[in-house]
Design a protein around this ligand. Structure first.
Ligand SMILES: *[C@@H]1O[C@H](CO)[C@@H](O)[C@H](O)[C@H]1NC(C)=O
Ligand SMILES: *[C@@H]1O[C@H](CO)[C@@H](O)[C@H](O)[C@H]1NC(C)=O
Ligand SMILES: *[C@@H]1O[C@H](CO)[C@@H](O)[C@H](O)[C@H]1NC(C)=O
Ligand SMILES: *[C@@H]1O[C@H](CO)[C@@H](O)[C@H](O)[C@H]1NC(C)=O
Length: 722
């Protein structure tokens, strides 16, 4: 499983099979040791119902460069903390999505008898028949994609005489507590990293449990990419999530082991190996043909009742990715451009449900916009050239990427097999990045606005104002005639689900009628309003300002700041609006959080500034708790903003936390995440800290906290004053 990031063209490709196909999948061999000799006490059988999947990420040093065992370098290489933080964040994310029957007691991995044992007793009449009679002197322990598994994580092994009790070579290790899956994390310069310089990470699964559920895997990050600022933390987490999902079951090597558990996970007796997971349709397209996947894809394409398999990419004998023509933006598509444009889509989650190993939280799915409602013929090589839904394009012109966050250029790639789509421009494609805009003060005849709330629209707007400030007449502007339509950035705001308004520089807000072209006051030309692309979630709810809506889904916090201004200073409505935006900008700058989280900044006549923070689909920045931390830290010092002569400072702040968000649960983990990023920032000092840690701990680093850490529980919906 390789993840290739071609920087610049903003596309990456994951080549999965060549890694997993060389890794043996070890299932627990029938136990060779009598249970009374096992070192670990027998676990007390607890309640057996699915619990969130506990993935323990365990840093195991650098892999040797050539696949042979070499002396381990001590300490963590540069970037290891970054990799580990990404692995833990991805693991944490999956915890909210997949549940399993929890492993009882510590998780212990198996040893491969074919490795440690040279010969077994061959006489069926002897009591120790088929047990190990001769050890392999060259046995070097177990490994997982080149990572040597610590003995502490492994079962023991023994040598058996012809008759009588065994002689232990190694007893059972203590195992890993609170784990259902072990993810070994390594950072290095492996030969794969060298052969494909654009690979940032690859992973493989190597151990299964008795029901074939993956128990352990290794992810290797190619060291050369980790220090690069062009690889954002979110991109790294998303790449990790993709690899982790391969190791957890979305893999050509694992499809054939998927199980059918019609009575649920808890009734194991009713589970059986699935008869058919993949098949080819009559045109030779490889499909993942399990029931939930079929249903979910049919629902997505708007053809409910039709039994469709999920098309897989052609990748040789087996395939581990969704077909790119149908699944642009899916976390399990073979191409990946950025975290911003990647979704943990409902069809991928359905695949995990069909694996029979997991109970899936389908409400954690992110909307897959690509192809939505486009019917049976969508995404075929034969139809993409005449696509009426507007997801594909023809030619090589400029327009908008289908998510409308970016300007795009109509182009293709090998995965698209001749179909074309608007791919983000190599440079400055993002409408939502202020820094992509023209320098302030520069004249822009097209009135573009780059802003977190801006989106790409197909348009040919040209200002009626001449540079001198006079109004032009069309005849005065020779190039005005038939200006070509192209992708341009304008502000948008949702009014309700599927409905929105747009604004160009200096224009008022104008309702955009989805599917129609509109004119903007002050401009010649037209702006096309996309249908079914913008304001698809409950983004529109950001028009709601009542604080009674705090329990509304997606609302994270409401922040109020009491401001003190110069005595006797009074502000008109427009001045208050301007001041609200200034205060918000100061808040964003100081806390380092994305502007896109904040909605409805306002200041009332008593100088109380209020703003709401929404979980915004296009703005999946840091997790809630990080925002919370950032805000509370920010508010510890009064904020001062000045407009002209008048300066305003915060007298008090009030942060109201939405009832939906149980902060204490993930608080510690995320503080830890913050520590990790601090470590990266402090560089040398951080390395020392980690060397210490790495030297002390053979096993996994600190476990993820459980939701019930004493002392951190506090009622949500609390009000904090500072
Ligand atoms: C297991 O399957 C059998 C046959 O379909 C069914 O009769 C039985 O009720 C199932 N068991 C449970 C616990 O659901
Ligand atoms: C399921 O996912 C939703 C959305 O991410 C989340 O709010 C909820 O806590 C999850 N449920 C469980 C049981 O993890
Ligand atoms: C994108 O930016 C890079 C570096 O700033 C530059 O070298 C490259 O030519 C630009 N590409 C395009 C297509 O403008
Ligand atoms: C804008 O584009 C439309 C559609 O292509 C065209 O009819 C119109 O003449 C153009 N307007 C200007 C001012 O260029």
């Amino acid at each position: 499983m390789l993840l290739l990031l071609f920087f610049g063209v903003a596309t990456s490709r994951c080549v999965h099979e060549e890694t997993q196909q060389h890794v043996d999948l070890l299932s627990p061999p029938p136990s060779q040791l009598p249970t009374d000799l096992r070192s670990s006490s027998l676990p007390v059988p607890g309640p057996r119902h699915p619990q969130p999947l506990r993935i323990q990420a365990c840093y195991l040093g650098e892999p040797p460069s050539d696949g042979a065992w070499g002396p381990e370098r001590h300490g963590m290489p540069r970037g290891a903390a970054r990799a580990l933080a990404a692995a833990r964040e991805a693991a944490w994310r999956i915890r909210g999505v997949l549940a399993v029957l929890p492993v009882q007691g510590p998780l212990l991995l198996s040893r491969d008898p074919a490795q440690y044992c040279h010969a077994v007793w061959g006489d069926p009449d002897t009591p120790n028949y088929h047990r190990c009679s001769l050890l392999n002197p060259g046995y070097q322990g177990e490994s997982c994609l080149g990572a040597k598994i610590p003995d502490a994580h492994l079962r023991g092994y023994a040598l058996w005489p012809e008759h009588g009790p065994p002689q232990f070579v190694q007893p059972d290790g203590p195992g890993v507590q609170n784990a259902d899956f072990l993810l070994y994390v390594r950072v290095g310069h492996t030969s794969k990293c060298h052969q494909e310089p654009s690979v940032i990470a690859y992973a493989a699964c190597c151990q299964l449990d008795a029901e074939d559920r993956p128990l352990a895997g290794t992810i290797i990050y190619c060291a050369q990419h980790l220090p690069s600022p062009r690889l954002s933390h979110r991109d790294l987490v998303t790449a990790t999530l993709h690899e982790l999902l391969h190791t957890l079951g979305f893999s050509g090597q694992l499809f054939k082991r998927w199980r059918d558990c019609p009575s649920g996970l808890s009734v194991k007796e009713n589970c059986s190996t699935r008869q058919q997971v993949t098949r080819r349709d009559k045109w030779g397209q490889l499909l993942l043909s399990t029931p939930t996947v079929s249903h979910s894809l049919a629902k997505h394409l708007g053809v409910l009742g039709v039994s469709l398999g999920g098309p897989l990419e052609e990748e040789g004998r087996l395939s581990s990715h969704w077909e790119a023509r149908l699944f642009q933006g899916s976390i399990m598509a073979a191409t990946f451009d950025s975290a911003q444009r990647t979704q943990l889509d409902p069809i991928t989650l359905s695949a995990f449900q069909d694996s029979g190993w997991y109970q899936v939280n389908h409400s954690a799915a992110e909307k897959l916009l690509w192809g939505q409602g486009s019917g049976l013929a969508f995404g075929l090589v034969s139809t993409c050239g005449t696509d009426s839904s507007g997801f594909f394009c023809t030619g090589s012109g400029l327009g908008c990427h289908y998510l409308h966050l970016d300007k795009g250029i109509c182009s293709s790639d090998p995965m698209l097999e001749g179909c074309h789509m608007y791919k983000p421009l190599a440079n400055r494609s993002e409408c939502w990045k202020k820094e992509n805009g023209p320098p302030t003060g520069a004249e822009d005849p097209h009135g573009e606005i780059y802003h977190p709330q801006s989106r790409c629209f197909l348009a040919n707007l040209t200002s009626r104002l001449l540079p001198g400030g006079e109004t032009s007449h069309p005849s005065q502007v020779p190039w005005l005639k038939d200006a070509e339509l192209t992708g341009r950035c304008y502000l948008h705001q949702c009014t309700q689900k599927g409905e929105y308004e747009v604004q160009a520089e200096g224009s008022p807000w104008v309702p955009c009628l989805p599917g129609k072209a509109i004119q903007m006051p002050g401009y010649y030309g037209l702006l096309y309003c996309p249908r079914d692309r913008l304001c698809q979630n409950d983004e529109g709810a950001n028009a709601v300002t009542s604080s009674a809506s705090l329990a509304t889904q997606g609302l994270l916090f409401q922040l109020s700041l009491g401001l003190a201004g110069p005595p006797g200073h009074s502000l008109g409505k427009e001045q208050r609006e301007e001041l609200a935006e200034t205060v918000l900008q100061a808040l964003v700058n100081r806390s380092g959080t994305g502007r896109c989280y904040f909605h409805n900044p306002s200041i009332n006549t008593s100088l109380v500034f209020t703003v709401q923070m929404w979980k915004f689909p296009d703005c999946q920045g840091p997790p809630v708790t990080v925002l919370y931390d950032a805000l509370t830290l920010t508010l510890q010092k009064p904020l001062e903003v000045c407009r002209g002569e008048a300066c305003f400072t915060t007298k008090y702040s009030k942060l109201l936390v939405s009832l939906d968000h149980t902060l204490p649960m993930s608080h510690i983990f995320l503080s830890m995440g913050l520590c990790l990023s601090l470590v990266i920032l402090v560089g040398l000092l951080g390395t020392v800290v980690y060397q210490k840690r790495a030297a002390l701990q053979v096993g996994p680093l600190a476990p993820l906290p459980s939701p019930d850490i004493p002392g951190t529980g506090s009622p949500t919906g609390r009000i904090m004053y500072s």
